[in-house]
Design a binder for this molecule. Structure first.
Ligand code: C2E
Ligand code: MG
Ligand code: MG
Ligand code: MG
Length: 274
């Protein structure tokens, strides 16, 4: 339709704007129905303890299996889900699905020390009902809070008082918390020290740079500083042995990345557990 209009003399600019908003509207309508149509899937990427190569946890990563568009990565729909508020029901679906998966894996494989990490959008983290809903999901799925981990980004620092209160409640509950993508935001180091969190995840962009001497210093400093503050350190996006050896040498606690495993469908993840 937009093409027909441009032949009729509308300028290309407005017709393409039109196509964009049509596409957005389509996406939004589709996203609205994706939950009830059960189109979301979770992949699980192993998190490895670097000094013994054991899988100690997994990060759940969402995909949208769209009937026409195929598998859509989170970067292409999470921002829209955040703008429309759909991120809340989607986010609670992720937490519930992860708890159900934990229960299944515990039954089949034991895995008493195993955790699954869930990415929590700032909008959901600040939802008035967040803590109540999380408690309810844990109760209904009968999962112990210590098996659940939430990954939040430095953006929560913008509302520091509220965030501190929520983090405090999570700690009381016994849910682990990681600060994701560390180094890409604007964390105040003086606040960082007082955050009731467990892990710091070094952003992939810094791990990418481990081959140039200067940037290796950054990674080493993040590891040292975090460990001095009593946090465990996770390196994300490990893609080769040079990076892995460097991180091991610097005593980074945990790592994940394509060098170990891609994010895996449930059945492939299970093959790693036996
Ligand atoms: P993130 O939490 O920082 O997740 C790490 C991303 O890096 C994932 O991308 C993962 O697949 C990718 N990755 C892991 N190892 C490697 C590696 O060695 N090389 C490369 N190139 N990439 C690697 P993905 O799955 O596309 O997710 C992107 C972002 O979307 C996540 O970044 C997270 O912020 C967000 N996200 C994913 N799932 C969820 C979810 O369930 N809820 C929310 N709110 N956000 C999610
Ligand atoms: Mg993450
Ligand atoms: Mg990350
Ligand atoms: Mg990242």
């Amino acid at each position: 339709e937009a093409k027909a209009k441009s032949r009729n003399g509308y300028c290309n600019y407005s017709s393409s704007m039109n196509e964009d908003s049509v596409e957005r509207l389509l996406m939004e309508t589709n996203l609205n129905k994706a939950l009830e149509r059960k189109e979301f899937v979770l992949l699980y990427q192993p998190i490895i303890e670097l000094n013994n190569n054991k899988i100690v946890a997994a990060e759940a990563l969402i995909r949208w299996q769209h009937p026409d568009l195929g598998l859509i990565p989170p970067a292409r729909f999470i921002p829209l889900a955040e703008e429309t508020g759909l991120i809340k029901p989607i986010g609670y679906w992720v937490i519930r699905t992860v708890c159900e998966q934990l229960k299944l894996w515990q039954k089949q494989y034991g895995m008493q020390d195993f955790r699954i990490a869930v990415n929590i959008s700032a909008i959901q983290f600040e939802d008035e009902d967040f803590i109540e809903k999380v408690k309810q999901i844990l109760q209904e799925t009968n999962v112990h809070p210590s098996h659940l981990e939430f990954e939040i980004t430095e953006s929560v620092m913008q509302n520091i008082e509220k965030s501190m209160a929520i983090l405090g409640e999570l700690r009381t509950l016994g849910i682990h918390v990681s600060l994701d993508d560390f180094g890409t935001g604007y964390s105040s180091l003086s606040i960082l020290k007082h955050l009731p969190i467990n892990n710091i995840k070094i952003d992939k962009s810094f791990i990418d740079d481990v081959k140039f001497a200067d940037d290796e210093t950054i990674v080493q400093n993040i590891i040292d500083m975090s460990q001095n503050m009593k946090f465990k350190v996770v390196a994300e996006g490990i893609e080769n042995e040079i990076q892995l050896n460097f991180l091991r040498e610097k005593q980074c606690d945990y790592g994940q990345g394509y060098f170990f495993n891609m994010p895996l469908p449930v059945l492939d993840f299970e093959k790693k557990l036996v």
